[in-house]
Design a protein around this ligand. Structure first.
Ligand SMILES: [Zn+2]
Length: 554
């Protein structure tokens, strides 16, 4: 019996040691908690994947105990892990190990160099595909690349370069491989572009569906490449401080496209929390498909790393980018979203224009009379010219708004088409805040934008396009703290996660990033260049570099 206290003491001691040994202490920092008061703290303890405490370095050193792993922040800024509320991450990941990417290049020469490099690094004769994520304004030359330039950069490879969803350039080798010689070889209204002398340029233009159909003819990566791309892409997001995405499916995605992310999740190798929704896939068959796919997927099904988050951003093809849907098209759409509401699902809907979004809001209001949607976290994506009236209707319904940095690439075009007044308020995030609409931030990457959250944050703050033209006015410009809140707590709302993550408070998941520069005080033109030096997801270090490289976990 005299042994009992000793055994108990040993057990307690062991438990204490394990708890202390398992703790990580971050000290001497500038920790932007994004709590209700935007408090700044010096130190933070992580235990069992969660934040155990925040406070002063001296106090937390005592609390963490001598066994804790200590990370000295040396004055650096820490933010909650960033959450992109509208990133086609699952799709971008599939081809990340096999695509060439032009994100961040400043000239055609630099972009061509990436093609040249890829032609050396990839298998001989491999397809070199740039599937968007760039725009002409980012190039000093302020134009598109020519077929001759691309062919000269990689003479032995077929090269395909897509610009948004409206244009693609193919080298002769690429046209030959796809058997494209005349317009009749294209579908969905695609057209071969000709120069002033009537000669083919190698360019193909058309509406969105023509480019989607063209892209579908390119060879797809092997399943192994897709899994490798998924691992790599999520680490790339970690490098930029991203720890969560809300993924809205998207064009060219089928049920099969989800297998790579599922595999990485099964192997416990996901390093970004993914909340994903399902799109309608086949025109005319969307309702049957969604019912088939989702009836065994209850809303919220999954775990902390991968979770089912309802339907959208394309519910039916007929209502996709359609400003004047017919009564029958609206009725079909109503049936589907009413079904989703009855099952407690979130719905996210792609809608570019304010002048027609009333069509959508009418349907949402009609559903709401029958099945209240106020707690279901429905949302509208894009809508850069949202009017106060429509934002009020959204607020009334409890419908949130995901805002992307589309104007970073498209600002000048928008300015030309809509005028200075409209451009000054695109997108009206301050008006939305006043009205009380839930707003999340993001990018819409990677076909139409860069996935870099700091590019988007800089754009939130200075309203400048990629070529440096300032078009948004101060009345719709958030403060630095507010912009950070949109990218963390704001985005967490769209997957019912604001109680679990999005801020650095005791009890929440330890998702955070230690930044290379102080987000709050760095000159605004340097915000876009900020990177993470150390990123944690659930207390696990998923990225570490520079002074923290020694903390890398396998
Ligand atoms: Zn969209």
């Amino acid at each position: 019996m005299r042994l009992l206290p000793i055994v108990l003491g040993l057990l307690l001691g062991l438990n204490l040691a394990r708890a202390q040994g398992g703790a990580t202490l971050l000290v001497n920092g500038k920790i932007l908690t994004v709590d209700g008061q935007s408090s700044v703290r010096e130190a933070l303890i992580v235990r069992d994947g969660r934040i155990a405490a925040t406070g002063r370095s001296t106090d937390l050193r005592k609390l963490a105990g001598p066994q804790a792993r200590v990370i000295d922040l040396q004055g650096r800024t820490v933010i909650p892990g960033l959450i992109d509320s509208h990133l086609h991450a699952i799709r971008a990941a599939l081809s990340f190990s096999t695509e060439v990417n032009w994100i961040g290049t400043r000239s055609i020469a630099e972009a061509l160099d990436r093609i040249r490099q890829a032609s050396h690094n990839m298998a001989p004769g491999a397809w070199l595909i740039v599937a968007g994520g760039w725009n002409v304004q980012q190039f000093r030359e302020n134009r598109r690349p020519t077929q001759a330039e691309l062919a000269a950069a990689a003479p032995d490879n077929p090269v395909y370069v897509q610009l948004g969803y409206g244009w693609a350039m193919l080298t002769p080798k690429a046209l030959e491989k796809l058997h494209i010689a005349s317009d009749t070889d294209l579908t969905s209204g695609g057209k071969l572009e000709r120069d002033s002398e009537g000669k083919l340029t190698g360019g193909i233009s058309g509406a969105q569906n023509a480019i989607i159909a063209l892209f579908d003819r390119l060879p797809v990566p092997t399943p192994e490449q897709e899994v490798e791309g998924t691992r790599k892409f999520f680490r790339e997001l970690n490098r930029l401080g991203v720890t969560g995405v809300v993924d809205p499916g998207g064009n060219n995605m089928t049920a099969e496209s989800y297998q790579a992310v599922f595999q990485v999740w099964r192997q416990h190798e996901l390093t970004v929390r993914v909340a994903y929704s399902l799109c309608g896939i086949t025109p005319g068959k969307e309702f049957e498909e969604l019912k088939d796919l989702a009836q065994m997927l209850p809303m919220g099904f999954g775990d902390g790393m991968l979770r089912f988050n309802g339907i959208g951003e394309r519910i039916t093809w007929a209502m996709n980018n359609n400003n004047q849907p017919t009564a029958a098209e609206r009725e079909k759409y109503y049936e589907i979203v009413r079904w989703a509401a009855a099952r407690g699902m979130a719905v996210t809907m792609h809608w570019p224009r304010n002048d027609s979004v009333g069509v959508l809001l009418d349907i949402f209001e009609r559903v709401n009379k029958d099945v209240p949607i106020g707690n279901l976290r429905w949302s509208i994506a894009h809508l850069n010219d949202a009017s106060p009236e429509n934002l009020r209707r959204m607020k009334e319904l409890g419908v949130g708004w995901t805002v992307q940095d589309a104007m970073y690439f498209q600002g000048e075009q928008f300015l030309k088409q809509e005028g200075e007044q409209a451009a000054r308020r695109a997108p009206p995030v301050e008006t939305a805040k006043e009205i009380g609409v839930a707003v999340g931030a993001g990018t819409d990457a990677h076909r139409v934008a860069s996935y870099n959250p700091f590019t988007a944050l800089q754009w939130f703050l200075d309203g400048k396009t990629v070529s440096g033209v300032a078009i948004r006015g101060p009345e719709e410009t958030p403060t630095r703290a507010e912009a950070l809140r949109l990218y963390t707590m704001g985005s967490a709302w769209f997957s019912h996660d604001e109680e679990r993550r999005g801020s650095l408070e005791a009890g929440k998941l330890a998702d955070l990033a230690v930044l290379s520069k102080d987000y709050l005080t760095a000159p605004v033109e340097q915000v876009g260049g900020i990177e993470s030096l150390l990123t944690m997801v659930g207390g696990k270090i998923v990225f570490a570099a520079g002074p923290y490289a020694q903390f890398s976990e396998p």
